[in-house]
Design a protein. Structure first.
Length: 256
């Protein structure tokens, strides 16, 4: 049975949440609004620290030009940097392009805190993404705070007898980055609770956030969206909205 959100209840909860954040000094620094989904059964999925994109039908969370983005490439990084900085599609896309060895040398351990502050999003070539937990550490990975996204440098091949291109495709890179920035995402886990960002205070109106909640639920419950979506098992038990430090306000409960 599909999970149906009561627009009136969701509107009341979100408006109350936003008002609370604007008047409570302890919540002044909270920006992101999340939907918290409690599932009837545990998802039982391994957390591989890789965000999955959830498409939003009406809203855009961000544009790439609004964010400070770092791209992590395989070594050497110079060929990638040369291509991306000279191509119109990617010339202004990244604040920094860095190879995995240089990333390890400059930001390993405690120095990763500065990296965390300096960049809004870390994006990595799929060939080096698995190396990042050891380099970036708990500041990025504890609580899924700022997990690096994965991209491919060129389009994947469909034919079995074809080999993947070693060239980087700036237009394809830009399309992936735009997809990451404008949509929301989630990280699979083995538990029965999932948090997904649905908007930002002062940026997204309540109506957009409600539509984003509906998009998130549809993606996570639609089995045809596997393996990226369709991960909710046994339906949804309850749904709340909150910011990082606010109380959770209910917008749905399955009373069966």
């Amino acid at each position: 049975m599909a999970t149906k959100i009561d627009d009136e209840l969701a509107t009341q909860a979100l408006e109350s949440l936003l008002k609370h954040c604007n008047t409570d000094q302890s919540l002044q620094r909270d920006k992101d609004v999340q939907v918290i989904i409690n599932t009837a059964k545990k998802m039982g999925l391994r957390n591989d620290h890789t965000p999955r994109i959830i498409p939003l039908s009406k809203s855009k969370l961000h544009r790439p030009k609004e964010l400070r983005i770092m791209l992590v490439t395989k070594d050497p990084s110079v060929p990638y940097r040369d291509v991306f900085t000279k191509n119109e599609a990617t010339a202004e896309l990244f604040k920094e392009i860095i190879g995995i060895k240089n990333l390890r040398r400059r930001f390993r351990g405690a120095k990763s805190i500065q990296l965390y502050k300096d960049f809004d999003i870390i994006i990595a070539d799929f060939r080096v993404h698995h190396l990042l937990p050891d380099i970036l550490g708990s500041k990025f990975y504890h609580g899924n705070k700022k997990l690096p996204f994965v991209i491919r440098m060129s389009r994947p091949v469909s034919a079995k007898n074809q080999t993947a291109s070693t060239e980087c495709d700036p237009a394809f890179i830009r399309a992936q980055v735009r997809n990451i920035c404008k949509n929301t995402s989630y990280v699979p886990n083995s538990d029965n609770c999932l948090g997904v960002r649905i908007g930002q205070i002062g940026r997204h109106p309540v109506g957009e956030m409600i539509q984003n909640i509906k998009d998130v639920i549809a993606f996570l419950t639609d089995k045809t969206k596997k393996p990226q979506g369709g991960t909710v098992k046994g339906g949804i038990a309850s749904i709340f909205v909150k910011t990082a430090n606010s109380p959770s306000l209910p917008i749905y409960e399955n009373k069966r």
